[in-house]
Design a protein around this ligand. Structure first.
Ligand code: PA5
Length: 425
């Protein structure tokens, strides 16, 4: 479902990808035998196989939540970005779905929260509150504020139908609170970190509420699992991608920009940025992770990419089969000068824009790794999530850091809690 074109990166590389085969073999075994740094957090590796037994319950709770107007998904970081990525990737633009899925707890903007409360006050509301630790401040505050409204509107029994908590199996304030109130609970396994949790109930429940086929998602993820099970670099595209970005990094590149030509990739970009940024950016190492949506950003960042400082490379995701297409028709009077495109599809023009950009950026000394994703479907979404997760683990182990912790995120919390006067800080 994903294949790679290395034509626009190979000329920039010193050495050969296959030189890294023995290191890749070692890391592959570290991942599967759980012997590397952070090995307590490798539960996501088998998730495509282990999650299947939970799918009927996830689907049944999702079917119940579908009766409401709005599902508020409360979470931050890995507890919301995968869902957002899936919703945007699979959406039909301009089509409103019911229930509408909206997000809270990923910011602490008072304006956003007041407007959200106003927006939901006359609607029939359900909530999926997601926090592995069950103690993260942003979603905890959002949950409290939203529940203040909902408790004034619905009985305790009614709330038990509408509120679902996705959290740890035994610990944390959210676990205790939702147990005490009798809310449905889904478990985020101990060994699955937030940014590797999209293929668990964290992502699957809200995506099922939105009407997407989670069985298909998992069958795509299983395919990615199988494709990544052989560490042979001539076959394993996830590992090829990991090694290429490692080579570029060790040969002086500092920034990786994920680029695509389809707006439905917007939140895949954001999810990917969290996955790689939070996994690799530690011990003063790691590529800085950024993203762009072309053509839009060709008319803003494009100038910098072409002629700015030469410290970046791009990874382009090309979607091979667009969901819809349209033919450009000839006009009698060619006033806009576009008759030379008559008979061509818009996707053809988009592809030529991509090819032209690849050539231009190559001339500007920007290496490009091109990943071809087969289509836009639940299966390709599941495939892509797993593809990047395993590539990220390989990448992070190549630079010899723990891919599964995020010690740097604690610093801002410590200062914030001191400033807020939280007991114990
Ligand atoms: O990837 C991660 O582990 C983090 O981004 C977490 O998902 C994020 O901090 C939210 O944590 P929690 O689910 O515990 O509220």
């Amino acid at each position: 479902m994903i294949h790679i074109n290395t034509k626009y990166v190979t000329p920039f590389l010193k050495g050969d990808m296959n030189d890294y085969q023995s290191r890749v073999n070692e890391i592959h075994h570290m991942i599967h035998e759980k012997t590397g740094k952070g090995s307590d957090f490798l539960g996501w590796v088998e998730l495509p196989n282990t999650i299947s037994e939970q799918l009927p319950r996830i689907q049944s709770v999702a079917d119940r939540l579908k009766q409401y107007d709005v599902l508020v998904v409360i979470g931050i970081g890995g507890s919301y970005l995968g869902t957002k990525a899936g919703l945007k990737f699979l959406e039909t633009p301009f089509k409103h779905i019911k229930p509408e899925i909206i997000f809270a707890g990923h910011n602490m903007s008072s304006n956003y929260m007041v407007e959200l409360l106003e927006y939901i006050k006359d609607k029939s509301v359900a909530v999926n509150v997601i926090s592995k630790s069950g103690t993260t401040t942003e979603p905890a505050i959002a949950f409290r504020l939203i529940m203040d409204q909902l408790k004034a509107r619905y009985s305790k029994v009614e709330l038990q139908s509408r509120i679902v908590a996705t959290t740890d199996q035994a610990r944390g304030a959210l676990f205790q609170l939702s147990k005490a109130e009798g809310y449905d609970q889904f478990v985020i396994p101990d060994d699955v970190g937030g940014r590797y949790s999209v293929l668990s109930p964290v992502g699957l429940l809200p995506l099922a509420v939105a009407g997407y086929d989670i069985q298909e998602m998992i069958s795509g993820a299983k395919k990615a699992y199988e494709d990544a099970s052989n560490p042979d670099l001539t076959k394993n595209v996830s590992y090829q991608y990991a090694v290429l970005r490692y080579m570029l990094y060790t040969q002086g590149k500092k920034i990786e920009m994920l680029a695509s030509y389809e707006p439905n990739m917007q939140y895949v970009n954001e999810w990917w940025k969290q996955l790689f940024g939070e996994s690799e950016g530690k011990e003063n190492k790691g590529l800085f992770i950024s993203s762009a949506l072309f053509s839009t950003d060709l008319h803003s960042l494009g100038q910098y990419i072409q002629e700015g400082e030469r410290h970046l490379f791009e990874t382009v995701i090309h979607i091979d089969q667009p969901k819809k297409d349209i033919v450009i028709q000839a006009q009698d009077q060619d006033l806009d000068g576009l008759n030379y495109l008559a008979g061509e599809t818009l996707s053809y023009v988009n592809t030529k824009a991509e090819e032209g950009t690849l050539l231009a950026h190559q001339e500007g000394n920007v290496p490009n790794i091109v990943l071809h994703l087969e289509n836009v479907s639940e299966a390709s979404f599941g495939y892509m999530m797993y593809f990047f997760e395993i590539a990220c683990a390989m990448s992070a182990y190549l630079i010899e850091i723990n891919p599964f912790d995020q010690p740097g995120v604690e610093s801002y919390k410590k200062h914030m809690f001191q400033l807020l006067g939280k007991p114990g800080y």
